[in-house]
Design a protein around this ligand. Structure first.
Ligand SMILES: NC(=O)C1=CN([C@@H]2O[C@H](COP(=O)(O)OP(=O)(O)OC[C@H]3O[C@@H](n4cnc5c(N)ncnc54)[C@H](O)[C@@H]3O)[C@@H](O)[C@H]2O)C=CC1
Ligand SMILES: O=C(O)CCC(=O)C(=O)O
Length: 527
């Protein structure tokens, strides 16, 4: 088996390359590249490991014809076009916890640096000025810290600030009252926070809702003399307004690690009074960089080698323990989705996926993804289980999932039903010996068949001599039959025949099969 190939395209702790190799991937480290150079080479790789310097644009994704997974050694994934990657079937992962402590510590360092004006005092002292009387600081003890965003990093900042005897309040619409109590923080609205806080620290992602969350109006109406820290994302603060507020003294001081445009080599805030900054160093500690490098390499190789999915932003998680157990189910699910997609006519708007018996106890999301991947192949041949749910949504397909823990005739079963103009049509399958997928029902008729390769599906009247006639027709065209599977509604009623063939059946042979007496439908299937 050829090894999956991974490119590390940003500076990363060398442990990442070691882990890739140990886990069975080939790895190249190429960190010095232009977007054009990256587009030229990306087609060779199955996996891409990045930090924040590589921007994964539509152009890169279009060139990435083999890419299956992008892993961000860090938290923010605003440098990846996730909707486009999802449409291309590429999993996007991050490492949501590896650098949180480090970044929270950076925010606390910024708070302390603002309170005691350490950077300016350092510069002037080293210049030989000894400017003792110019630097009167403030204590943080007893001051109010307002957190905008109290997720992983915000909550660590809260606990560290409480250790410094600060009172912590937070604005986060997704923070529950229970979690706020657990963190010992008071939940408030944004205007209240800005009216009460002595220090504000931002810890949200950059989204349509958070962009410019500290707007000119909010900065101007905040508590006079407020101090602001941003170690989250540039774009959360109106930088021009912040500069004006620093100059007027409305904002007493500000510390930014992140900027609207990075690298920030020429920013309007540079030189503003009481302004300090760092070049996006929030995650830059030895510990955090080892953590995120190890995690991203483990996650990417787990996906490429075993199919395990951890911390994906565009796909449900699948643990390394679950992945091998789910593998035969995914094969079955994809084949059933493909079968129903190939057989059902017309514009299909609803699909229902039922899991019965042992299948009901499994993680359903990947199974649904696999059914949809098989089903959506009727519309697109580049579909996989990552992009299938997105494509299904785009086409307005209504997807429902049903679990039935009770066993029926089979101890494990997946049934896929689509609503057609003629009513519901379903196919069902099971696993033989826990790992061999088998079709067991097709449109209400019991049958037992493996779904693979080239197949021929025939619906006919159950009459003597029919099987001989179809066999003779195929034989006369030198088409060898691998397996022969029969099912019927009742003796003499409607029957179905599913043949696996050693080669693709030509259209003219299908036309001749349709002419055989008693034949109602002939269809070539591909799996
Ligand atoms: N400076 C640096 O080097 C680093 C920056 N970061 C950035 O820090 C930020 C926070 O990261 P985490 O805490 O790990 O993320 P998280 O997802 O754990 O927390 C984000 C919090 O923001 C809240 N939120 C979302 N929309 C909001 C809104 N409209 N108003 C208020 N709160 C809102 C969420 O409910 C959540 O609790 C991210 O932008 C991340 O990219 C992370 C690591 C390093
Ligand atoms: O990789 C870095 O240095 C930046 C980290 C970061 O911003 C993040 O993880 O969101």
């Amino acid at each position: 088996m050829t090894k999956p190939k991974v490119l590390i395209s940003d500076k990363m702790d060398p442990n990442a390359a070691r882990i890739f190799e140990e886990r069975g991937c080939e790895v190249d480290v190429i960190t010095d590249h232009t977007p054009e150079q990256l587009a030229e080479i990306i087609g060779q790789y199955d996996g891409l490991a990045i930090r924040s310097s590589t921007t994964v644009t539509k152009e890169i994704l279009d060139a990435a014809t083999n890419l299956k997974v992008i892993g961000r050694a860090g938290i923010g994934v605003d440098n990846v076009d996730i909707p486009y990657a999802s449409g291309k079937g590429v999993v996007v992962m991050n490492t949501p916890f590896g650098n949180s402590i480090t970044t929270a510590e950076h925010a606390i360092a910024m708070i302390m640096a603002l309170a005691r004006q350490i950077p300016a005092a350092n510069t002037r002292t080293q210049a030989g000025e000894w400017p003792k009387k110019d630097f009167m600081g403030i204590e943080v003890t007893g001051k109010t810290l307002g957190l905008i965003g109290a997720g992983n990093i915000g909550s660590i900042v809260a606990s560290r600030a409480q250790g410094l005897k600060m009172k912590v309040i937070a604005y986060d619409p997704f923070l529950t009252e229970e979690r706020a109590i657990e963190l010992g923080i008071e939940k408030v609205d944004l205007d209240t926070l800005l009216g009460r806080a002595d220090f504000v620290s931002l810890h949200t992602p950059l989204t349509d809702q958070t962009r410019n969350i500290l707007s000119r109006e909010r900065l101007e109406n905040a508590k006079p003399g407020i101090r602001i820290v941003n170690c989250a994302r540039g774009g959360l603060i109106d930088e021009a307004a912040l500069k004006d507020c620093l100059e007027s003294g409305q904002v007493a001081a500000a510390a930014l690690d992140v900027f609207e445009s990075e690298p920030a080599t020429d920013n309007p805030l540079f030189g503003a009074p009481n302004f300090i900054c760092t070049p996006h160093l929030g995650a830059s500690t030895t510990e955090a960089q080892v953590n995120v490098a190890l995690q991203v390499a483990e996650q990417i190789s787990d996906y490429l080698v075993n199919g395990g999915v951890t911390n994906a932003l565009n796909m449900p998680s699948l643990s390394a323990e679950e992945a091998p157990k789910l593998k035969p189910y995914m094969g079955l699910a994809e084949a059933l989705g493909s079968l129903v997609g190939q057989l059902a006519h017309g514009n299909l708007e609803k699909v229902s996926i039922e899991r019965e018996g042992a299948a009901a106890e499994l993680n359903g999301k990947p199974i649904t993804g696999a059914v949809l991947a098989g089903f959506m192949r009727r519309y697109s041949d580049t579909v996989n289980m990552v992009n299938a749910p997105y494509l299904a949504k785009e086409r307005g397909l209504e997807v429902s999932e049903v679990r039935q823990s009770r066993e029926g005739a089979f101890n494990t079963l997946i049934r896929v039903t689509v609503q057609t103009a003629e009513g519901p049509r379903s196919v069902a399958g099971t696993l033989f010996g826990n790992d061999a997928p088998r079709l067991v029902e097709i449109f209400g008729i019991g049958i037992e068949a493996e779904l693979s390769g080239h197949m021929l599906y025939v619906v006919n009247d159950d009459k003597p001599g029919f099987i001989g006639r179809i066999g003779t027709l195929l034989g006369s065209h030198d088409i060898n039959i691998g397996t022969f599977n029969l099912g019927r509604r009742e003796a003499g009623g409607e029957a179905v025949l599913l043949l696996s063939l050693d080669q693709k059946i030509p259209d003219d042979v299908i036309a001749q099969a349709t002419e055989i007496e008693g034949v109602k439908l002939v269809k070539a299937l591909e799996f």
